[in-house]
Design a protein around this ligand. Structure first.
Ligand code: ATP
Ligand code: MG
Length: 545
């Protein structure tokens, strides 16, 4: 019953168990609305709800909050299940939908009416808003507030029977139009919506509101700790009011924690939806998005996301987390598990002018510190490629590059000396001529030479063409989400380069790997390109993403 992790929620649960407020079985739920794909903010809630249940030997429901048929769909229901599973959590047989409880929810609404605690209101949505008051002014009672129980019951049943058009009437709780809490000013419980629901079809034309639905579902499922984000703090009195005023013998406590925010990213499903609709990104799984499907396509392992969520922790403080923390978690997950190879993203041809034989085969470990990852053969021959940015005509103190008349070691290969640069009409290098030092073979070096730089490279015989997609933050601003999203977008968030990669990576279908000095990469899942496409998951140095 003990747990290594400590935060205010886990402490509360420990106390509740100790004081017999709950029996030993903790029950939590993750309650997404199926109106979009999950993002890393949801991951925080998933890790918390499923994590707490795992740690305390409890259970977790995956419950879809499907009360708004206009925005919800089966596609979202499926993607959410896939993402929760991918993160490594299992709801077993506890997959539920708010719509499973529509009959019971309706029954409780009739009960509220019968006890004079709810009424049918004919004001329009605008009129309800206008009479709701403000933080400084009380609201005014609806002229329909004092309808008799019989009239309310009749009207509510006719609402259900489909006699009235959308928006013509609602069911409201009768609480207090002068409450300092706006959520308690006779909130709407049911609205008319003649819309096909993805699960209940056209059985219903009235739908319960979130605040009414959520607490009842929690109670029906015996949720012992209803964990939600801080924006629901002001809704808690309504959560409690509903449960206190219907005949239900279970009352979960609602406990709020702060939402996760990630710098240079948006989490709002509304904004994510519009980014996709307006074509700023290619879909919910665009590798630049903080969606779980985007992160998966980007190559981020689920373990890294779980590690990230546990490092972020659970508090009530607003948190806008730096992207470098996520990058750190990704690198540390991949560091000792990913094999390494070489890829040249922006190739500059190199001719080894004193190499006349057939290619020699060199052996290279797939990881310098993890022998279990094996080794591979590299061929070294007359025609090679290095990274364009690894050559500079004249030496500079700071940069470790190959220079004209300078030396560099080719990783796992030989030391070379650049003896000539061929340039195009603009003075840009188009080919290097180098001499290799035969006695400098890696592992058997007797040359006594100590070049400052070691470069990655591929040989013409051993390389295949590939595309590399390099990603930067999607937004240029730390907290995007202003009026003009287009203005906040980073125009170079995705760069595609044609380069070369060691053949073995493609032929042996390596999954995630490190391309030495260039970062961690993953083969993109569905590409229309004939050449293989590699997404950069993360670069090797911190600060650059
Ligand atoms: P959005 O406002 O983007 O539409 P939402 O909160 O309405 O998101 P839901 O599908 O209702 O999305 O969320 C399901 C659960 O995930 C809720 O319990 C919610 O509190 C939690 N959640 C959503 N976003 C975050 C976040 N950024 N950090 C932590 N938890 C979150
Ligand atoms: Mg929500």
């Amino acid at each position: 019953m003990s747990s290594a992790v400590s935060d205010f929620i886990r402490n509360r649960i420990r106390d509740d168990i100790e004081n017999d407020v709950v029996d030993d079985s903790i029950v939590t739920r993750f309650p997404p609305e199926p109106n979009g794909y999950l993002h890393i903010g949801h991951a925080k809630s998933i890790c918390l709800n499923f994590g707490v249940a795992e740690e305390f030997g409890g259970k977790t429901y995956l419950r879809f909050d499907d009360t708004n048929p206009l925005k919800e769909s089966e596609e979202f229901v499926e993607s959410i299940q896939e993402d929760v599973r991918w993160l490594g959590f299992d709801w077993e047989d506890r997959l539920t939908f708010a719509s499973d409880y529509f009959d019971q929810l309706y029954g409780f609404a009739e009960q509220l009416i019968q006890e004079g605690r709810a009424f049918v209101c004919d004001l329009s949505a605008d009129e309800i808003r206008a009479t709701r008051g403000t933080l400084t002014e009380t609201g005014t009672n609806s002229p329909y507030r004092d309808r008799s129980v019989a009239e309310n019951l009749d009207l509510f049943r006719r609402m259900r029977a489909g006699e009235f058009p959308n928006g013509s009437r609602v069911l409201r709780a009768k609480i207090d139009m002068a409450s300092p809490n706006l959520n308690m000013r006779d909130p709407v419980l049911y609205r008319i919506l003649h819309a096909e629901h993805h699960r209940t079809g056209d059985s219903w034309c009235i739908y319960p509101m979130y605040d009414y639905t959520h607490c009842i579902c929690d109670a029906l499922e015996g949720i012992t700790h209803s964990l939600c984000t801080l924006e629901f703090e002001d809704h808690r009195p309504l959560y409690d009011w509903v449960l206190d005023n219907i005949s239900i013998n279970f009352h979960p406590p609602q406990i709020e924690f702060s939402r996760l925010g990630l710098e240079f990213n948006v989490m709002s499903k509304r904004i994510l939806t519009s980014l996709i609709k307006d074509g700023h990104v290619e879909g919910w799984d665009d590798p630049r998005l903080p969606t779980l499907s985007g992160l998966r396509r980007r190559g981020v392992p689920p373990e890294a996301i779980r590690d990230f969520c546990s490092r972020v922790g659970v508090t009530k403080q607003a948190n806008l987390v730096e992207t470098s923390l996520l990058d750190f978690c990704v690198r540390s997950t991949l560091e000792d598990t990913s094999p390494r190879a070489m890829a040249v993203i922006d190739p500059l041809p190199v001719e080894v002018i004193n190499f006349d034989d057939d290619d020699v085969m060199l052996e290279a470990p797939n990881h310098p510190k993890v022998p279990e990852l094996g080794h591979r053969q590299l061929s070294f021959g007359r025609n090679l490629f290095i990274e364009r940015s690894d050559f500079r005509e004249t030496a500079s103190k700071k940069q470790r590059k190959l220079t004209l008349n300078g030396l560099a070691r080719l990783r796992y290969g030989f030391i070379v000396e650049c003896v000539e640069v061929k340039k195009d009409a603009h003075g840009e290098p188009v080919e290097l001529k180098v001499r290799y030092v035969p006695e400098s073979r890696s592992g058997q070096d007797t040359s006594g030479l100590k070049p400052r730089s070691t470069l990655h490279w591929v040989s013409s015989a051993n390389a295949v063409s590939a595309k590399f997609r390099l990603f930067e933050n999607l937004f240029n601003v730390r907290e995007p989400g202003g009026d003009d999203l287009g203005e906040e977008l980073n125009p170079s968030s995705k760069i595609e380069q044609d380069g070369l990669v060691e053949r073995v990576v493609v032929e042996d279908e390596w999954d995630r790997c490190q391309f030495e000095r260039n970062g961690y990469f993953v083969k993109d899942s569905d590409s229309t390109s004939t050449a293989p496409v590699f997404n950069r998951i993360v670069s090797l140095s911190s600060g650059i993403r």
